[in-house]
Design a protein around this ligand. Structure first.
Ligand SMILES: CC(=O)[C@@H](O)[C@H](O)COP(=O)(O)O
Ligand SMILES: NCC(=O)COP(=O)(O)O
Length: 237
């Protein structure tokens, strides 16, 4: 059983574009849970261009499924996570100005730093996960950080799958097998979608959780558009 954690960054992007509270992020999160999703993911970035730090605090009060906060463990992020105590923190080595996450951790180079922050989160009862590529040496080093889980960075798989290269899943399968042998839980995310999720799931053993946002929100727009256009037409008759 793989849990679905819905990333609601894009709901906040839409809300922020008008300065009001439409769509209402908290209501959306609650509705997503009521539709059956098993988790809510947010990735507050330092510029707060979508999720604001206040959103994280407000969401903590109402999320009843698994709450996952992603981000680079700079001081302000660490303080936020230690204050809100989500179910899980996913550490992502984002540059401050990154458009989106575009790399996993070098768990060899940053071993000491990761060990230190992971320990602090775990001592506060927060499960940890490290965003990571499929390089087996990096997976081995991830296990040495003491993290509970890894999150496989799936952008490369998604882009290759889109052009028909199904073999692109192989490094992910191998990484998952090794991670499981090393006692790590396995999450995955980035650019997963309705098109690729079934194939990915079928090929990744022990997949505990996927976090999906960008495609899921775009798909929701497409799949809801006809219904909403018709509702407007009906009211305009
Ligand atoms: C960690 C990761 O994979 C990202 O996909 C991220 O959570 C999405 O962030 P943005 O919504 O800012 O692109
Ligand atoms: N951890 C990945 C995530 O939360 C969502 O990534 P994406 O689906 O927005 O690419």
């Amino acid at each position: 059983m793989t849990k679905l954690s819905v990333n609601i960054n894009k709901i906040a992007t839409l809300r922020n574009s008008r300065g009001g509270n439409v769509p209402n992020l908290l209501k959306v999160a609650k509705d997503i849970e009521s539709f059956g999703a098993e988790g809510i993911t947010i990735h507050p970035r330092p510029d707060e261009r979508h999720i604001r730090y206040k959103d994280a605090r407000d969401l903590k009060k109402i999320v009843t499924t698994e709450f996952n906060i992603e981000g680079n463990p700079i001081k302000s992020f660490m303080d936020l996570v230690l204050e809100t105590k989500p179910t899980q923190v996913t550490l992502v080595p984002d540059a401050v100005d990154a458009i989106t996450s575009n790399a996993g951790w070098d768990t060899i180079k940053h071993q000491d730093f990761l060990q230190e922050v992971i320990k602090e989160f775990q001592q506060n009862g927060i499960r940890t996960s490290i965003f990571i590529d499929t390089d087996l040496k990096l997976i081995e080093a991830a296990a040495k950080t003491g993290t509970d889980r890894i999150e496989l960075y799936t952008e490369e798989f998604a882009s290759q799958f889109e052009i028909g290269n199904k073999n692109a899943v192989k490094p992910y399968t191998e990484a998952a097998i090794l991670a499981h042998q090393l006692g790590l839980g396995i999450n995955a995310g980035h650019d997963l979608s309705l098109d690729n999720i079934k194939f990915f799931k079928e090929n990744i053993p022990h997949l505990a959780e996927v976090s999906i946002g960008h495609a899921l929100i775009a798909e929701s727009l497409y799949l809801g558009l006809e219904n909403v256009v018709n509702m407007y037409l009906h009211r305009l008759k």
